[in-house]
Design a protein around this ligand. Structure first.
Ligand code: ASP
Length: 602
């Protein structure tokens, strides 16, 4: 960081002062971080963006400055000048980068007063989050917040550098647009000039980036805000930032390899070293071994299929599941992973039921290979030893087993595995590939795209060049050319090779049950564009907030978003969302629905 341009307020960054400048006269400016009155001497830690510097006010040397310092309080804004001196032996602070020096203040100017902040800025003590958001500008003054945003800045800078080097163009796409189907509800904006019509805020720039490829731009990226009107459970935000990318004339391999390298650079910006290539596993394998398409492999404890071990079991629960087309699967909690006393096993059984399983079978493997388990008496020795072999289990290990429909077993075991896992160490990144194209929506009795409807499908037995004619088969058997990248059990990026032929796109809309007229009305512009020579193309989007939160070691994306919203979508700082007056609504041709009247105009 270059020094600031010297002016009447400062000539030096406080946090950058080092012993090499001892003897110089300096001026620094910032906030009073802490003030200590040592009966006579007054010490102030001055804080600017670069860190802290200790100021010393000596009554004999600078009586005026000392008198002024008596009135200073935390968060007052000051400018102070004086000579940089070496701290006396024994008063050096090894925890502070500026801990060997201090500024002997000759003159100080108070630039702004500050009320007593509602929480201390000088420590990272837990503060109620709504209060933090209400006074976000104070919250952001805290060191760990500044660090998170510096890290976010470094990640974004690395994105721009890396992608520029690789020939990507940074291009912008509209915020006022039409709905893009990423599977969430749209935020809508009424049109004043066309009363009754609405814009949607983009859920992603998906269709525009495809149009950039059709336009021949070849490589596009954008660090872009996206909007999804979802319930904010699971650490979501209504507006969030993606690193969005698209490339032409590529297959999966090209995108994945590029992203591997990019991720290595981005993680390096966050101090995390990544070994390439990242592992890849298929969706089916992820569901089997981890019970989720967002596996976290750090805890180990892989799920295994126990169908063969219990194939001829007479135990009603296992026989019933296997006979009914279901599965028996389980995993092993190694001895020493942490106690699983009976009470905990009962809780896990409750949790399994809550997740939709009929029950949970637990067993502790004994020295002689027998099982201590409520169901042991129903199982033969052979069954128990075959199951233990499949789970690579030995004495002292606890086995957790679910017999149910495959998706239920996957979901339940996937969750239980994480529930019993010890706190993970380090990071785990991998690709999940070879997804099904659709998933069945039982409530609506139709197929939904697992990724989105512009993802290229692969018909059974056909391969990458699936044509419309290949897609007369059962949509439930189609695979897609989608890929996700997962970090620590969270999806941090997802994308696909896209459809570049209008007739294939229409087949996918058909399979989704989208009537031709509706497809035309909503996506006619894309279908048109696909008729004018669309190159094979594909891309990906990364959740930048999530990536930065993981790198910063924060458990919520709100910690790396400057002005986030609460779980109810509110911003305690500005008071948004807020009522508008009736005149504004009239201009927009919008009437408030019953229950939430617009505020009358003054
Ligand atoms: N548009 C997709 C999303 O927002 C990402 C992609 O397919 O590139 O999830």
């Amino acid at each position: 960081m270059k020094p600031p341009r010297p002016n009447r307020l400062r000539d030096t960054w406080a946090g950058t002062t080092r012993p090499d400048r001892v003897g110089e006269r300096l001026r620094v400016a910032g906030w009073v971080h802490r003030r200590r009155d040592h009966g006579g001497l007054i010490f102030i830690d001055l804080r600017d963006r670069t860190g802290l510097l200790q100021l010393v006010f000596r009554p004999e040397e600078a009586p005026e400055a000392h008198a002024a310092a008596e009135a200073l309080r935390p968060e007052h804004v000051i400018s102070a000048g004086g000579e940089l001196v070496r701290r006396a032996e024994g008063t050096i602070n090894p925890n502070l980068p500026t801990g060997e020096v201090e500024l002997n203040v000759a003159a100080v100017e108070q630039l702004a007063d500050a009320e007593t902040p509602p929480f201390a800025v000088d420590d990272d003590a837990a503060v109620d989050e709504v209060l933090r958001l209400r006074y976000r500008y104070l919250d952001l003054r805290r060191e760990h917040m500044r660090e998170a945003f510096e890290l976010r800045h470094r990640v974004v800078q690395a994105i721009h550098r890396q992608l520029d080097e690789r020939g990507f163009l940074e291009l912008e796409t509209p915020m006022l647009t039409r709905s893009t189907p990423e599977g969430a509800r749209d935020f809508l904006v009424p049109s004043r000039m066309q009363p009754g019509d609405w814009y949607a805020l983009p859920q992603s720039p998906q269709l525009f980036k495809q149009l950039f490829m059709i336009a021949g731009f070849e490589r596009y990226y954008q660090v872009v805000r996206c909007f999804r009107d979802e319930d904010l459970r699971a650490d979501r935000q209504p507006e969030f930032t993606q690193l969005d990318m698209e490339l032409s004339f590529v297959d999966e391999e090209d995108v994945i390899e590029l992203c591997d390298e990019l991720l290595r650079e981005l993680l390096a910006a966050g101090g995390v070293e990544l070994e390439l290539p990242l592992d890849r596993i298929t969706y089916d394998e992820a569901m089997l071994r981890y019970g989720t398409d967002r596996p976290d492999r750090r805890p180990g404890m892989e799920i295994a299929d126990l169908g063969a071990a219990f194939a001829s079991s007479e135990f009603r629960v296992f026989a019933g599941a296997l006979g009914g087309g279901g599965v028996v699967r389980g995993f092993r909690v190694p001895a020493g992973t942490g106690e699983l006393p009976r009470r905990r096993l009962d809780e896990l059984t409750e949790q399994a039921r809550g997740l939709g399983a009929k029950g949970l079978v637990w067993a502790v493997v004994e020295e002689d290979g027998g099982w201590r388990s409520p169901v042991a008496k129903f199982l033969s020795e052979d069954e128990m030893s075959a199951a233990a072999r499949a789970l690579e289990a030995g004495p002292g290990d606890t086995l957790l087993i679910v017999a149910d429909a495959a998706p239920v077993a996957a979901r339940v075991l996937g969750e239980l595995r994480l529930a019993v896992a010890p706190p993970p160490i380090g990071h785990d990144l991998l690709w999940v590939v070879d997804f099904p194209m659709f998933e069945w929506n039982d409530d609506e009795r139709r197929w939904d795209a697992l990724h989105h409807p512009f993802t290229a499908p692969v018909a059974p037995g056909v391969g990458l060049d699936t044509t419309a004619a290949d897609l007369d088969s059962d949509p439930g058997a189609w695979r897609s050319r989608a890929y996700d990248v997962v970090m620590d059990g969270l999806e941090i990026g997802g994308g696909s090779i896209r459809i570049n032929r209008p007739e294939v796109q229409r087949k996918v809309f058909d399979a989704l049950g989208l009537p031709a007229e509706e497809a035309e009305a909503r996506f006619g512009f894309l279908l048109d564009a696909l008729r004018y020579g669309a190159p094979p193309h594909g891309g990906i989007a990364f959740g930048l907030d999530r990536l930065c939160a993981l790198l910063a070691g924060r458990d919520s994306i709100r910690e790396v978003i400057a002005f986030p919203k609460t779980a109810s979508g509110a911003d305690p700082l500005t008071g948004a969302p807020a009522p508008v007056d009736a005149r504004q609504l009239r201009e927009l041709g919008v009437r408030a629905a019953g229950g939430a009247p617009a505020t009358p105009s003054p």
